[in-house]
Ligand binder design. Structure first.
Ligand code: NI
Length: 303
């Protein structure tokens, strides 16, 4: 009964608040749900009795040429939470790899989910410890937000340390970027799933808006978002997209620490090939220099 009350209270809180205000409640709710043994938990238990032992190391990053293929990266923020395992089941069934920008406090609460994400080939990025607006913090506080999260994820995953970061609300500046010291991954499609909490809308936007090389933002702490994912995957597959992690998406592009990226940069245009091309001078870049996404807002609500 106590568990049910907690769940109802948390559900009500979810309805009235966007991301960034619910993590603590989410974490508590998830703990109670898992302890209570939900239907999903019982199913997972039944599977565990017959399934082979889980892998001890993550699968290798794939080599996917996103200059030739229509690539897209699904990203999920603010978890892990009560719906993350269900989402991982869907991704596994559909053979899709995604990227999770997790909060350190949730990685500490649900280390097994972080481990599962990593072992099933997904990428895990740093999304700060408890979702503050980093531009309002001292450099020392930013450093602590990042370091504690890196430590929690590394511990949970069995040694896999994130190499990418997504600042909460997309809020960053030069000082914050330098302090974080990792490439900052934003998004090209903001589904605003946290605002509408509407599976039909999430599905429509998730299928329609992505362009090749895009990064789609969802939140795995919201049930309507997770419910939309099977249809989003199906729709994007029909549009000819290949699903990749963020690092796979940017393969061949040099990402710089502290710079923001919201989609894969276009390849260098082919030069009118002379018959006897001389090799490029040593030290010249392989592609166009990555540029920070100037058109993106540096701060947005609810991410
Ligand atoms: Ni967020």
């Amino acid at each position: 009964m106590r568990t049910r009350n907690f769940a109802l209270i948390a559900a009500a809180l979810l309805l009235v608040s966007g991301c960034g205000h619910t993590e603590k409640k989410q974490a508590r709710t998830a703990g109670h749900r898992l302890a209570a043994g939900t239907k999903a938990g019982a199913k997972a238990g039944a599977r565990a009795r017959t399934a082979p032992a889980p892998p001890q190391r993550p699968p290798a990053q794939r080599r996917i040429d996103c200059d030739r293929l229509k690539c897209v990266a699904l990203t999920f923020d603010d978890g892990p939470g009560p719906y993350t395992n269900g989402l991982l089941d869907v991704l596994k069934k559909d053979g899709v790899r995604a990227t999770f920008f997790v909060l350190g406090q949730n990685a500490r609460s649900f280390p097994a989910m972080v481990r599962r994400e990593v072992m099933e080939g997904h990428e895990v990025g740093d999304h700060s410890w408890d979702h503050p607006q980093l531009t309002g913090l001292s450099a020392a506080a930013v450093k602590s937000q990042i370091q504690r999260t890196q430590d929690a994820i590394t511990r949970a995953s069995g040694g896999v340390k994130p190499t990418i970061m997504r600042p909460p609300y997309g809020a960053t500046n030069r000082r914050v970027g330098q302090t974080i010291g990792m490439p900052l991954i934003l998004w090209s499609v903001d589904t605003e799933d946290w605002r509408y909490l509407n599976t039909a809308r999430d599905t429509r936007v998730g299928i329609k808006e992505p362009k090749p090389g895009g990064v789609i933002l969802f939140h795995d702490i919201h049930k309507p978002s997770v419910k939309a994912i099977p249809a989003v995957i199906e729709g994007l597959k029909k549009r000819g997209f290949t699903f990749v992690t963020v690092s796979e998406l940017f393969e061949g592009r040099q990402l710089k620490p502290g710079q923001t990226y919201s989609e894969r940069m276009a390849p260098k245009p082919a030069s009118p090939a002379p018959v006897t091309a001389s090799p490029p001078p040593s030290g010249s870049p392989a592609g166009p220099a990555p540029s920070p996404s100037k058109s993106r807002p540096q701060q947005a609500e609810g991410h």
